[in-house]
Design a protein around this ligand. Sequence first.
Ligand code: NAI
Length: 331
Amino acid sequence: MIRICFYDTKPYDKIYFDELKEKYEIEIDYFESKLNHKTAVLAKGYEAAVAFVNDTIDSKTINILIENDLKLIAMRCAGYNNVDVKAAAGKIPVVRVPAYSPYAVAEHAFALLLTLNRKTHRAYVRTRDFNFSLNELVGFDLHGKTMGVVGTGKIGRVFADICKGFGMNILAYDPYPAKDFGVSYVTFDEICRQSDIISLHCPLTKETFHIINKDTISNMKNGVYIINTSRGALIDSEDLLNGIKDEKIGGACLDVYEEETELFYEDMSYKIIKDDILSRIISMPNVIVSSHQAFLTKEALYNIAETTLQNVNHYFKNNIIDNEISYKNSK
Ligand code: NAI
Protein backbone atom coordinates (compact mmCIF):
# COMPACT_ATOMS: atom_id res chain seq x y z
CA MET A 1 0.00 0.00 0.00
CA ILE A 2 1.19 3.53 -0.81
CA ARG A 3 0.61 5.94 2.09
CA ILE A 4 -0.42 9.47 1.23
CA CYS A 5 -1.59 12.46 3.24
CA PHE A 6 -4.29 14.79 2.01
CA TYR A 7 -4.34 18.48 2.94
CA ASP A 8 -7.31 20.89 3.14
CA THR A 9 -9.83 18.05 3.12
CA LYS A 10 -13.51 18.78 2.62
CA PRO A 11 -16.33 16.20 2.90
CA TYR A 12 -16.99 16.27 -0.86
CA ASP A 13 -13.33 15.36 -1.60
CA LYS A 14 -13.40 12.28 0.63
CA ILE A 15 -16.40 10.68 -1.10
CA TYR A 16 -14.56 10.21 -4.41
CA PHE A 17 -11.06 9.52 -3.09
CA ASP A 18 -12.45 6.89 -0.67
CA GLU A 19 -14.40 5.28 -3.51
CA LEU A 20 -11.27 4.87 -5.67
CA LYS A 21 -8.36 4.43 -3.22
CA GLU A 22 -8.48 0.61 -3.04
CA LYS A 23 -8.41 0.29 -6.83
CA TYR A 24 -5.06 2.14 -6.77
CA GLU A 25 -3.78 0.41 -3.60
CA ILE A 26 -3.45 3.68 -1.75
CA GLU A 27 -4.03 4.45 1.94
CA ILE A 28 -5.09 8.04 2.68
CA ASP A 29 -4.94 10.07 5.89
CA TYR A 30 -7.04 13.22 5.61
CA PHE A 31 -5.95 16.50 7.24
CA GLU A 32 -8.21 19.51 7.53
CA SER A 33 -5.27 21.95 7.64
CA LYS A 34 -3.95 23.61 4.54
CA LEU A 35 -0.43 22.78 3.43
CA ASN A 36 2.08 25.51 4.29
CA HIS A 37 5.45 25.76 6.03
CA LYS A 38 3.80 25.25 9.42
CA THR A 39 1.89 22.09 8.48
CA ALA A 40 4.42 20.50 6.09
CA VAL A 41 5.92 18.47 8.96
CA LEU A 42 2.65 16.49 9.18
CA ALA A 43 3.73 14.78 5.96
CA LYS A 44 6.47 12.86 7.81
CA GLY A 45 6.05 9.13 7.24
CA TYR A 46 4.01 9.52 4.05
CA GLU A 47 5.18 8.95 0.50
CA ALA A 48 3.10 11.65 -1.20
CA ALA A 49 1.12 14.73 -0.19
CA VAL A 50 -2.06 15.74 -2.01
CA ALA A 51 -2.68 19.50 -2.11
CA PHE A 52 -5.13 22.02 -3.53
CA VAL A 53 -5.49 25.56 -4.87
CA ASN A 54 -5.15 27.52 -1.64
CA ASP A 55 -2.25 25.60 -0.13
CA THR A 56 1.01 27.56 0.05
CA ILE A 57 3.67 25.42 -1.57
CA ASP A 58 6.56 27.87 -1.43
CA SER A 59 10.25 27.02 -1.14
CA LYS A 60 10.07 26.83 2.67
CA THR A 61 7.20 24.33 2.54
CA ILE A 62 8.92 22.30 -0.19
CA ASN A 63 12.17 22.08 1.78
CA ILE A 64 10.36 20.85 4.91
CA LEU A 65 8.51 18.22 2.85
CA ILE A 66 11.82 17.01 1.40
CA GLU A 67 13.54 16.99 4.85
CA ASN A 68 10.68 14.74 5.97
CA ASP A 69 11.41 12.34 3.13
CA LEU A 70 8.31 13.02 1.04
CA LYS A 71 8.70 11.72 -2.53
CA LEU A 72 5.87 13.37 -4.49
CA ILE A 73 3.57 16.40 -4.36
CA ALA A 74 0.27 15.64 -6.13
CA MET A 75 -1.86 18.67 -6.86
CA ARG A 76 -5.55 17.75 -7.14
CA CYS A 77 -6.21 20.74 -9.42
CA ALA A 78 -5.21 22.18 -12.79
CA GLY A 79 -3.79 25.61 -11.83
CA TYR A 80 -0.45 25.63 -9.99
CA ASN A 81 0.33 29.29 -9.39
CA ASN A 82 0.56 28.47 -5.65
CA VAL A 83 3.52 26.12 -6.21
CA ASP A 84 7.10 27.40 -6.34
CA VAL A 85 7.96 25.15 -9.26
CA LYS A 86 11.54 26.46 -9.40
CA ALA A 87 12.13 25.48 -5.77
CA ALA A 88 10.84 21.96 -6.45
CA ALA A 89 12.75 21.47 -9.72
CA GLY A 90 15.17 18.54 -9.54
CA LYS A 91 14.30 17.89 -5.88
CA ILE A 92 10.75 16.57 -5.80
CA PRO A 93 8.31 15.96 -8.65
CA VAL A 94 5.04 17.87 -8.65
CA VAL A 95 2.11 16.45 -10.60
CA ARG A 96 -1.36 17.82 -11.27
CA VAL A 97 -4.72 17.10 -12.87
CA PRO A 98 -4.52 19.01 -16.15
CA ALA A 99 -8.18 18.53 -17.06
CA TYR A 100 -11.12 17.15 -15.12
CA SER A 101 -14.16 18.87 -16.54
CA PRO A 102 -13.91 22.05 -18.59
CA TYR A 103 -17.73 21.87 -18.71
CA ALA A 104 -18.00 22.29 -14.93
CA VAL A 105 -16.07 25.59 -14.96
CA ALA A 106 -17.51 26.96 -18.21
CA GLU A 107 -21.09 26.17 -17.17
CA HIS A 108 -20.56 27.84 -13.78
CA ALA A 109 -19.16 30.96 -15.44
CA PHE A 110 -22.23 31.13 -17.66
CA ALA A 111 -24.57 30.42 -14.73
CA LEU A 112 -23.07 33.40 -12.88
CA LEU A 113 -23.60 35.58 -15.94
CA LEU A 114 -27.23 34.53 -16.40
CA THR A 115 -27.93 35.05 -12.71
CA LEU A 116 -26.37 38.47 -12.57
CA ASN A 117 -27.95 39.66 -15.80
CA ARG A 118 -31.49 38.34 -15.18
CA LYS A 119 -31.29 38.86 -11.40
CA THR A 120 -32.73 35.45 -10.61
CA HIS A 121 -30.99 35.50 -7.20
CA ARG A 122 -33.00 38.59 -6.30
CA ALA A 123 -36.25 37.21 -7.74
CA TYR A 124 -35.82 34.01 -5.69
CA VAL A 125 -35.45 35.94 -2.45
CA ARG A 126 -38.32 38.31 -3.31
CA THR A 127 -40.92 35.68 -4.19
CA ARG A 128 -40.16 33.66 -1.04
CA ASP A 129 -41.33 36.79 0.79
CA PHE A 130 -44.38 37.13 -1.53
CA ASN A 131 -42.82 40.27 -3.02
CA PHE A 132 -43.86 40.01 -6.66
CA SER A 133 -42.56 43.41 -7.78
CA LEU A 134 -40.37 43.48 -10.92
CA ASN A 135 -38.75 46.83 -10.16
CA GLU A 136 -34.97 46.83 -10.70
CA LEU A 137 -35.02 43.32 -12.21
CA VAL A 138 -34.51 44.42 -15.83
CA GLY A 139 -31.74 42.52 -17.66
CA PHE A 140 -30.60 42.55 -21.29
CA ASP A 141 -30.67 40.00 -24.15
CA LEU A 142 -27.36 38.17 -24.46
CA HIS A 143 -28.24 37.41 -28.08
CA GLY A 144 -26.23 39.71 -30.37
CA LYS A 145 -23.90 40.96 -27.62
CA THR A 146 -20.12 40.59 -27.89
CA MET A 147 -18.31 38.23 -25.52
CA GLY A 148 -14.56 38.68 -25.14
CA VAL A 149 -12.95 35.36 -24.16
CA VAL A 150 -9.44 35.70 -22.72
CA GLY A 151 -7.69 32.32 -23.02
CA THR A 152 -9.08 29.73 -25.42
CA GLY A 153 -7.78 26.55 -23.81
CA LYS A 154 -10.03 23.74 -22.63
CA ILE A 155 -12.38 25.88 -20.51
CA GLY A 156 -12.38 29.00 -22.69
CA ARG A 157 -13.40 26.98 -25.74
CA VAL A 158 -16.32 25.27 -23.98
CA PHE A 159 -17.38 28.66 -22.64
CA ALA A 160 -17.21 30.21 -26.14
CA ASP A 161 -19.33 27.35 -27.51
CA ILE A 162 -21.99 28.00 -24.84
CA CYS A 163 -21.97 31.70 -25.81
CA LYS A 164 -22.38 30.79 -29.48
CA GLY A 165 -25.47 28.78 -28.53
CA PHE A 166 -26.92 31.97 -27.09
CA GLY A 167 -26.33 33.83 -30.37
CA MET A 168 -23.48 35.95 -29.04
CA ASN A 169 -20.58 37.28 -31.12
CA ILE A 170 -17.27 35.93 -29.88
CA LEU A 171 -13.93 37.73 -29.82
CA ALA A 172 -10.96 35.86 -28.43
CA TYR A 173 -7.50 36.69 -27.18
CA ASP A 174 -4.83 34.06 -26.61
CA PRO A 175 -1.07 34.39 -27.32
CA TYR A 176 -1.33 30.83 -28.73
CA PRO A 177 -4.52 30.97 -30.84
CA ALA A 178 -6.18 27.63 -31.60
CA LYS A 179 -6.06 26.94 -35.33
CA ASP A 180 -9.11 24.68 -35.41
CA PHE A 181 -11.44 26.99 -33.48
CA GLY A 182 -13.80 29.18 -35.49
CA VAL A 183 -13.63 32.46 -33.60
CA SER A 184 -12.04 35.82 -34.39
CA TYR A 185 -8.79 36.37 -32.54
CA VAL A 186 -7.96 39.99 -31.71
CA THR A 187 -5.53 41.76 -29.39
CA PHE A 188 -6.30 42.07 -25.68
CA ASP A 189 -6.73 45.80 -26.27
CA GLU A 190 -9.47 45.05 -28.86
CA ILE A 191 -11.15 42.66 -26.41
CA CYS A 192 -11.30 45.53 -23.91
CA ARG A 193 -12.61 48.06 -26.44
CA GLN A 194 -15.23 45.91 -28.20
CA SER A 195 -16.66 43.47 -25.66
CA ASP A 196 -19.92 43.87 -23.77
CA ILE A 197 -18.80 41.07 -21.47
CA ILE A 198 -15.26 39.81 -20.81
CA SER A 199 -14.62 36.35 -19.40
CA LEU A 200 -11.18 35.28 -18.14
CA HIS A 201 -10.01 31.73 -18.87
CA CYS A 202 -6.22 32.12 -18.88
CA PRO A 203 -3.77 30.91 -16.22
CA LEU A 204 -2.25 33.25 -13.64
CA THR A 205 1.31 34.02 -14.74
CA LYS A 206 3.67 37.01 -14.59
CA GLU A 207 2.11 38.21 -17.87
CA THR A 208 -1.52 37.87 -16.74
CA PHE A 209 -1.13 39.19 -13.16
CA HIS A 210 -3.61 42.11 -12.84
CA ILE A 211 -4.44 41.95 -16.54
CA ILE A 212 -7.65 43.71 -15.50
CA ASN A 213 -6.51 46.98 -13.94
CA LYS A 214 -7.43 50.66 -14.03
CA ASP A 215 -5.77 51.22 -17.43
CA THR A 216 -7.38 48.24 -19.14
CA ILE A 217 -10.73 49.02 -17.47
CA SER A 218 -10.56 52.59 -18.81
CA ASN A 219 -10.43 51.14 -22.37
CA MET A 220 -13.57 49.07 -21.85
CA LYS A 221 -17.13 49.89 -22.90
CA ASN A 222 -19.24 51.66 -20.32
CA GLY A 223 -21.33 49.09 -18.44
CA VAL A 224 -19.04 46.15 -19.30
CA TYR A 225 -19.53 42.90 -17.35
CA ILE A 226 -16.44 41.03 -16.16
CA ILE A 227 -16.44 37.30 -15.34
CA ASN A 228 -13.53 35.66 -13.55
CA THR A 229 -13.55 31.93 -12.88
CA SER A 230 -9.78 31.53 -13.37
CA ARG A 231 -7.58 33.03 -10.64
CA GLY A 232 -8.25 36.05 -8.44
CA ALA A 233 -5.00 37.89 -9.13
CA LEU A 234 -5.88 38.28 -12.81
CA ILE A 235 -7.84 41.28 -11.52
CA ASP A 236 -6.59 44.22 -9.46
CA SER A 237 -9.47 44.08 -6.96
CA GLU A 238 -9.15 47.69 -5.86
CA ASP A 239 -9.29 48.88 -9.47
CA LEU A 240 -12.31 46.64 -10.08
CA LEU A 241 -14.05 48.12 -7.05
CA ASN A 242 -13.32 51.65 -8.25
CA GLY A 243 -14.62 50.74 -11.72
CA ILE A 244 -17.87 49.52 -10.16
CA LYS A 245 -18.16 52.62 -7.93
CA ASP A 246 -17.58 54.87 -10.96
CA GLU A 247 -20.30 52.88 -12.80
CA LYS A 248 -17.82 52.15 -15.58
CA ILE A 249 -18.21 48.45 -14.87
CA GLY A 250 -21.84 47.31 -15.09
CA GLY A 251 -21.41 44.01 -13.28
CA ALA A 252 -18.91 41.42 -12.08
CA CYS A 253 -19.17 37.65 -11.63
CA LEU A 254 -16.33 36.42 -9.46
CA ASP A 255 -15.63 32.81 -8.53
CA VAL A 256 -12.11 33.69 -7.40
CA TYR A 257 -10.53 36.54 -5.46
CA GLU A 258 -6.86 37.47 -5.14
CA GLU A 259 -6.86 37.28 -1.33
CA GLU A 260 -9.16 34.25 -1.09
CA THR A 261 -6.73 31.85 0.62
CA GLU A 262 -7.80 32.44 4.23
CA LEU A 263 -11.49 32.95 3.40
CA PHE A 264 -12.84 30.77 0.63
CA TYR A 265 -14.03 27.23 1.43
CA GLU A 266 -14.64 28.22 5.08
CA ASP A 267 -17.78 29.36 6.92
CA MET A 268 -16.82 32.92 7.88
CA SER A 269 -20.38 34.05 8.66
CA TYR A 270 -19.61 34.63 12.37
CA LYS A 271 -16.20 36.20 11.78
CA ILE A 272 -15.22 39.83 11.34
CA ILE A 273 -13.99 40.10 7.76
CA LYS A 274 -10.87 42.26 7.76
CA ASP A 275 -10.67 42.57 3.98
CA ASP A 276 -12.45 45.85 3.24
CA ILE A 277 -12.08 45.52 -0.52
CA LEU A 278 -13.80 42.13 -0.63
CA SER A 279 -16.50 43.30 1.80
CA ARG A 280 -17.22 46.33 -0.36
CA ILE A 281 -17.19 44.29 -3.59
CA ILE A 282 -19.63 41.76 -2.10
CA SER A 283 -21.91 44.60 -0.94
CA MET A 284 -22.41 45.82 -4.52
CA PRO A 285 -25.82 45.04 -6.06
CA ASN A 286 -24.25 44.20 -9.42
CA VAL A 287 -21.70 41.68 -8.19
CA ILE A 288 -22.03 37.94 -7.63
CA VAL A 289 -19.30 36.14 -5.73
CA SER A 290 -19.06 32.37 -5.43
CA SER A 291 -16.41 30.66 -3.35
CA HIS A 292 -14.10 29.09 -5.96
CA GLN A 293 -16.74 26.48 -6.71
CA ALA A 294 -16.75 26.46 -10.51
CA PHE A 295 -15.13 22.99 -10.52
CA LEU A 296 -17.72 21.52 -8.14
CA THR A 297 -19.62 18.89 -10.11
CA LYS A 298 -19.79 15.15 -9.43
CA GLU A 299 -18.06 14.43 -12.72
CA ALA A 300 -15.19 16.82 -11.99
CA LEU A 301 -14.69 15.51 -8.45
CA TYR A 302 -14.60 11.91 -9.71
CA ASN A 303 -12.10 12.79 -12.44
CA ILE A 304 -9.92 14.73 -9.98
CA ALA A 305 -9.78 11.72 -7.64
CA GLU A 306 -9.13 9.28 -10.46
CA THR A 307 -6.28 11.24 -12.09
CA THR A 308 -4.65 12.17 -8.76
CA LEU A 309 -4.60 8.56 -7.56
CA GLN A 310 -3.43 7.36 -10.98
CA ASN A 311 -0.59 9.91 -10.89
CA VAL A 312 0.48 8.62 -7.44
CA ASN A 313 0.12 4.95 -8.37
CA HIS A 314 2.10 5.24 -11.62
CA TYR A 315 4.90 7.10 -9.90
CA PHE A 316 5.39 4.60 -7.06
CA LYS A 317 4.54 1.39 -8.94
CA ASN A 318 6.04 2.07 -12.38
CA ASN A 319 8.34 5.05 -11.80
CA ILE A 320 6.37 7.03 -14.41
CA ILE A 321 5.73 10.72 -13.77
CA ASP A 322 2.37 11.50 -15.37
CA ASN A 323 1.17 15.10 -15.65
CA GLU A 324 4.32 16.63 -14.18
CA ILE A 325 4.49 20.38 -13.68
CA SER A 326 7.90 21.07 -15.09
CA TYR A 327 9.85 24.21 -14.30
CA LYS A 328 10.77 24.53 -17.99
CA ASN A 329 7.11 24.64 -19.09
CA SER A 330 5.95 26.90 -16.24
CA LYS A 331 8.46 29.72 -16.84
P1 NAI B 1 -5.69 25.53 -20.53
O1 NAI B 1 -4.23 25.38 -20.24
O2 NAI B 1 -6.38 24.47 -21.32
O3 NAI B 1 -5.97 26.94 -21.25
C1 NAI B 1 -5.38 28.14 -20.86
C2 NAI B 1 -5.29 29.02 -22.10
O4 NAI B 1 -4.82 30.29 -21.69
C3 NAI B 1 -4.30 28.48 -23.16
O5 NAI B 1 -4.90 28.43 -24.44
C4 NAI B 1 -3.16 29.48 -23.12
O6 NAI B 1 -2.53 29.67 -24.39
C5 NAI B 1 -3.91 30.74 -22.69
N1 NAI B 1 -3.03 31.79 -22.18
C6 NAI B 1 -1.77 31.69 -21.67
N2 NAI B 1 -1.28 32.92 -21.39
C7 NAI B 1 -2.24 33.80 -21.74
C8 NAI B 1 -2.33 35.22 -21.73
N3 NAI B 1 -1.29 35.97 -21.33
N4 NAI B 1 -3.47 35.80 -22.15
C9 NAI B 1 -4.51 35.05 -22.61
N5 NAI B 1 -4.48 33.71 -22.67
C10 NAI B 1 -3.36 33.09 -22.23
O7 NAI B 1 -6.40 25.73 -19.10
P2 NAI B 1 -7.92 25.50 -18.72
O8 NAI B 1 -8.12 24.10 -18.28
O9 NAI B 1 -8.78 26.06 -19.79
O10 NAI B 1 -8.03 26.39 -17.38
C11 NAI B 1 -7.92 27.80 -17.43
C12 NAI B 1 -7.78 28.33 -16.02
O11 NAI B 1 -9.00 28.08 -15.30
C13 NAI B 1 -6.71 27.61 -15.17
O12 NAI B 1 -5.44 28.20 -15.37
C14 NAI B 1 -7.21 27.84 -13.77
O13 NAI B 1 -6.60 29.00 -13.25
C15 NAI B 1 -8.70 28.08 -13.92
N6 NAI B 1 -9.51 27.04 -13.27
C16 NAI B 1 -10.45 27.44 -12.35
C17 NAI B 1 -11.26 26.53 -11.71
C18 NAI B 1 -12.32 26.96 -10.72
O14 NAI B 1 -12.87 26.10 -10.02
N7 NAI B 1 -12.67 28.22 -10.62
C19 NAI B 1 -11.11 25.10 -11.97
C20 NAI B 1 -10.15 24.78 -13.01
C21 NAI B 1 -9.37 25.73 -13.61
